[in-house]
Design a protein around this ligand. Structure first.
Ligand code: SF4
Length: 316
């Protein structure tokens, strides 16, 4: 049985640790054209579900490493309005936070990780953006304090991966996972449930694959597909609604009931070593087209609790 993140953090640090959403100023190779796709063309579109903010709408962008201190203080001030938080995870979520000059990134992340109020450095990225230089950088940082690398896999199915323009194959993920684990880095994998054309069995296969990884997966983020305004997927969804019969990749917007049932099944597959970092999506409300029930997080969590999914996650 897996454990939920808040329990893991409390057991490890003895108190609640809060997340600060920060921005490294990196772009994404799947959006700026530097990634060359299988057809030989550069990719500018990004993953089809990804919004302008690069899947992380909450942090401010920075251009120079020196700006990070100001960004951190602002993020802390926002949290301080609601809590008495003292210790934090520095979370670089949006875009691809290992896509850039390793020296610049090292300077930026070192400044962050060496602060007394930061316990963990968490870096969201793509598996095809972990060069040997970047791996060395992560190892050096990990020697200071724990470094978490969050990989956006979303699905193990190549057909879906191609359709959502992910831009790398499963073998790339497998290789990067092995290298990161050999380097002693904590790896968290993002999965999207409800991608167009995927059946429930397809989704469970992705989770089963991750549950069987060796060495065991450190953490997982499960989230429902959020269709966001302005994305390629939003246009595809609009087209789908006009002509659902002909769709090669049909959309199925899960109800809250259906989604929470699925989460309970996914959790039951995961080993006890794995920490569950997320079970729902938290996309920006203003951009959300479907599913609208995700905005009612409390109800979703209550439903999960009712289905016993959270009861076992509370175990120590
Ligand atoms: S989801 Fe991540 S990898 Fe995909 S386009 Fe957006 S920032 Fe790039």
């Amino acid at each position: 049985m897996p454990i939920k993140l808040s329990t893991y953090l409390k057991n490890t640090y003895g108190e609640k640790i809060y997340r600060l959403s920060l921005s490294s100023g990196c772009s994404c190779p799947n959006r700026d054209g530097s990634l060359i796709m299988a057809d030989g063309k550069p990719s500018y579109g990004g993953c089809t579900f990804c919004s302008e903010g690069g899947s992380g709408e909450f942090a401010q962008m920075i251009k120079e490493p020196e700006e990070i201190a100001g960004q951190l203080e602002k993020a802390k001030a926002r949290i301080a309005e609601k809590t008495d938080a003292r210790r934090f995870i520095a979370y670089f979520q949006s875009y691809t936070n290992t896509y850039g000059d390793p020296d610049r990134l090292y300077a930026l992340y070192k400044e962050v990780i060496e602060r007394d109020d930061i316990e963990i450095l968490s870096i969201g990225t793509r598996p095809d953006c972990i060069s040997e230089d970047i791996l060395d950088m992560l190892k050096k940082l990990n020697a200071i304090k724990p470094v978490w690398v969050e990989l956006g896999l979303q699905t193990i199915h190549e057909r879906t991966a191609k359709h959502i323009n992910r831009g790398y194959e499963l073998s790339v993920f497998q290789d990067t996972y092995r290298r990161l684990k050999e380097a002693g880095i904590t790896v968290i994998v993002h999965v999207i449930l409800g991608l167009p054309g995927e059946t429930k069995e397809d989704m469970l296969e992705t989770v089963r694959f991750l549950a069987e990884l060796s060495p065991a997966l450190d953490g997982i983020k499960l989230q429902n597909l959020n269709i966001l305004k302005g994305t390629v997927m939003a246009r595809e969804y609009e087209d789908y609604l006009k002509n659902p019969e002909d769709a090669e990749f049909p959309f199925h917007i899960m109800s809250m009931e259906e989604y929470t049932d699925l989460i309970a099944e996914c959790l039951a597959l995961l080993p006890k070593e794995t920490v569950v970092h997320r079970m729902t999506g938290d996309g920006p409300r203003a951009l959300l087209i479907e599913p609208l029930w995700v905005t009612d997080k409390k109800r979703v969590l209550n439903m999960l609790t009712a289905k016993c999914a959270l009861a076992f996650l509370e175990q120590k």
